[in-house]
Ligand binder design. Structure first.
Ligand code: GRG
Length: 299
């Protein structure tokens, strides 16, 4: 098997085990209140690239974490991510009708249900993550909860979203745009790497710095690529409405730098991500391939 085939087999296996674990850890659709539980499952299951679980498992494997423990962190991350998409699609935010190739939750159900789906997914993530498991010391569990809460809140994803909403129609400097994206998208991707590693053995200083530099580069690359895809790809391929950034007069890497320079930046960030984990050698091959997976979506 080539290393490319091996990586593709691994990604499919992690995506499948994440789907199965999410299915198990979400309340059954028939459980009272059934409409809410059905809508939560609609928002989470059967779609998405599962990038955060992939990062979590790859970083965790590097630190010899147990796969069953990583499933828990991966599903908590994915529930937070799914909640953010449901709320982002609401009419009071991005007002979108298409997500993962299907009608958004408020279109399929209604706005109040979509709001509650996001709320309940957020708390379900912490129910899952805070549950004591024999393989983790209590301090490790608390650190994981802290990491996810910090990445999701006003200093992370929710704060980034607030900046995003305030920025419509404005010109941001490159630093301001970077801060917004590091918070809105980067914080949860960084947490995916840090939580995966945090499920395993203790990190020595150099390892923590290296993983952080990797996560930081990949987090920003993800957003640069998302901006490029929004400007260059059709809705059917994306599974969500394309061209929305320009239509909504949102500052993006494409509007700031132009398409060609945005592509150069994505490649620079790929190189930064690879360089950051060089010292781990072949043990970090999957993290390396994940950086490629993120950037190669535009190629
Ligand atoms: C509502 C608190 C709150 C936050 C929303 C992440 C976010 C913040 C909004 C999503 C808006 C958006 C399209 C951002 C661009 C990058 C991004 C997160 C894309 C979607 O993530 P993917 O590509 O989605 O990982 P899948 O469907 O593959 O899981």
């Amino acid at each position: 098997m080539t290393s490319k085939d091996e990586f593709s087999t691994w990604t499919k296996a992690i995506q499948a085990r994440t789907e199965a674990a999410l299915d198990q850890w979400l309340p059954p659709a028939a459980m009272h209140p059934a409409r809410l539980h059905e809508a939560m499952r609609y928002a989470v299951l059967g779609g998405g690239k599962r990038v955060r679980p992939l990062l979590c498992h790859a970083a965790g494997e590097l630190m010899q974490a147990l796969p069953e423990v990583l499933d828990r962190a991966a599903c908590a991350l994915e529930m937070i991510h799914a909640y953010s998409l449901v709320h982002d699609d609401l009419p009071c935010m991005d007002d979108d009708a298409l997500r993962r190739g299907k009608p958004t939750v408020h279109v399929q159900y209604d706005e109040a249900t979509a709001l509650l789906v996001g709320d309940a997914l957020q708390t379900q993530a912490f129910v899952l993550l805070s549950e004591p498991v024999p393989a983790l010391a209590a301090g490790q569990t608390a650190a994981l909860v802290h990491e996810l809460a910090l990445a999701s809140g006003s200093l992370g994803m929710a704060g980034g979203q607030a900046i995003d909403l305030e920025s419509v129609g404005k010109r941001l400097t490159r630093d301001q745009l970077e801060t917004m994206h590091r918070m809105k998208t980067g914080a949860l991707l960084r947490a995916s790497v840090r939580m995966g590693a945090g499920c395993g053995r203790a990190l020595v200083d150099d390892e923590a710095v290296a993983l952080d530099a990797y996560a930081s580069a990949i987090g920003l690359a993800f957003q640069v690529v998302d901006d490029i895809l929004d400007a260059t790809t059709d809705s059917a391929t994306l599974g969500k409405t394309a061209g929305k950034d320009a239509a909504n007069d949102k500052p993006t890497y494409v509007s700031l730098l132009g398409l060609a320079e945005a592509r150069v930046l994505a490649e620079d960030l790929r190189r930064d991500a690879h360089a950051a984990i060089r010292e781990f050698g072949s043990a970090a091959a999957r993290l390396r391939s994940l950086a490629d997976l993120v950037v190669d979506r535009i190629n």
